[in-house]
Design a protein around this ligand. Structure first.
Ligand SMILES: *Cc1c(COP(=O)(O)O)cnc(C)c1O
Length: 396
């Protein structure tokens, strides 16, 4: 196990001042069981062998590290795309659900619960539950179910039960409340969280399962006779694809780590999800982290054109790493992301997910030295965003 202070929390799950496990006492035994099982099982050869076999033969890893030569020419640096968009189900999320489903099976669990906003994590969870023959219940805000109907249909086709969350704003945070309530009522079920958020040990565990991304980047650079990247760029919703892309580079001072958040309609518009800039410390989803809240501590309703970045918090490891200056955060507006998505489609013939387009939109904002090695983590593909793209570009 890697023990960098950036990725390994202390005994109580804290990264600096952020993290921990702020959960109802009723869940303490379930969380303790999870922590013990994660530690005793997920670093064994038996686990690694099964995990890596599924990543290779089911997910399609390693994903290519693609030299984007048209971008390189335009921006004057050696720009590479890590092609997570080519993973089974279309994004990096499956790396984590494969890891956790193996853990759940090892723990003897038969029922998996999850919550989802846009439906991407729900689909990745329903997929691995189908693969393992486990019961799957996904909580989703009623409003999100309407907005993301195709993903609801995917989950149902995969055999999952999608349960609407009908309280509050009927979106992700309400679905999260429902999932936690379910877990309290049925502590024997396995709660499968989709990003580096939630109570300890979830952030550490999800980062570990996503770390395969930077492990591959390191190997692929070596194969090309290159040593280390100068910049690694990833978008951040909760922060799992960024955690995976940064993981093995945290202790290399020469590598700049750049986390890109959604500025939505602008940082001062009140419709944004730029948590590291606009947030303050508070407890969200079981951990102490940076979150967007009003003066009464009410969690603010976030906004981003990209459903995967539309989250009012940020994983505690990123909150810490940004606060200490190890990671630099940038923010990108809806319009800048749309522009970047079109640019990538036209320059490289790759239609990126709107989330990944935020990472690409950081390129024009950054200074590059000639021959700098720059990695952009292309977290997912754009098929799911075609309605938004069509609407935005209808006058082209
Ligand atoms: C869900 C999602 C994200 C955001 O989640 P992180 O945990 O921040 O990685 C980014 N990109 C894509 C394609 C996604 O589906």
């Amino acid at each position: 196990m890697k023990t960098s202070k950036h990725i390994t929390p202390d005994e109580l799950g804290f990264y600096g001042e952020f993290g921990g496990a702020y959960i109802p006492e009723l869940l303490r035994p379930a969380i303790d069981e999870l922590l013990t099982s994660f530690r005793s099982f997920c670093f064994t050869d038996a686990f690694r062998a099964e995990y890596l076999d599924l990543l290779k033969n089911y997910v399609g890893r390693p994903t290519p590290l693609y030299f984007a030569k048209n971008y390189a020419q335009k921006y004057g640096a050696k720009i590479y795309f890590k092609r997570e968009d080519l993973c089974h189900t279309g994004a990096h999320k499956i790396n984590n659900t494969i890891g956790q489903i193996l853990l759940a099976k090892h723990m003897g669990k038969t029922e998996i619960i999850a919550e989802t906003g846009a439906g991407q994590h729900g689909v990745a969870t329903a997929t691995v539950c189908a693969l393992m023959g486990l019961k799957c219940i996904v909580y989703m805000g009623e409003k999100d179910m309407e907005r993301q109907a195709p993903n609801v249909q995917r989950m149902q086709m995969l055999g999952a039960e999608v349960r609407p969350a009908t309280c509050g704003s009927k979106t992700l945070k309400d679905a999260t409340n429902e999932a936690i309530r379910h877990w309290i009522n049925f502590p024997d079920s396995y709660y499968l969280i989709g990003s580096v958020v939630g109570p300890h040990p979830y952030p550490q565990m999800v980062a570990y399962f996503q770390s395969v991304i930077s492990e591959e980047i390191q190997n692929q650079l070596h194969e090309n006779g290159l040593k280390i990247p100068h910049k690694v760029i990833a978008c951040v919703g909760g922060g799992s694809n960024a955690a995976g892309a940064f993981y093995h580079f945290y202790d290399l001072e020469e590598t700049a780590l750049i986390a890109v958040e959604a500025a939505g309609e602008g940082l001062k518009s009140g419709k944004s999800a730029a948590t590291s800039i606009l947030g303050s410390p508070g407890v969200l989803h079981g951990s102490l982290t940076l979150l967007m809240q009003d003066s009464n501590g009410q969690v603010a309703e976030p906004h981003s054109i990209s459903a995967g970045l539309d989250y009012p918090g940020i994983g505690p490891m990123h909150a810490n790493s940004i606060s200490t200056g190890r990671t630099t955060s940038l923010s990108v507006t809806d319009q800048e992301a749309l522009h970047a998505a079109l640019e990538c489609s036209r320059l490289e013939g790759i239609i990126p997910a709107l989330e990944s387009a935020h990472a690409l939109a950081a390129l024009p904002k950054l200074p590059f030295l000639k021959d700098e090695i720059v990695i952009v983590n292309l977290s997912g593909r754009g098929d799911k965003d075609m309605n938004t793209y069509q609407e935005a570009f209808k006058n082209l």
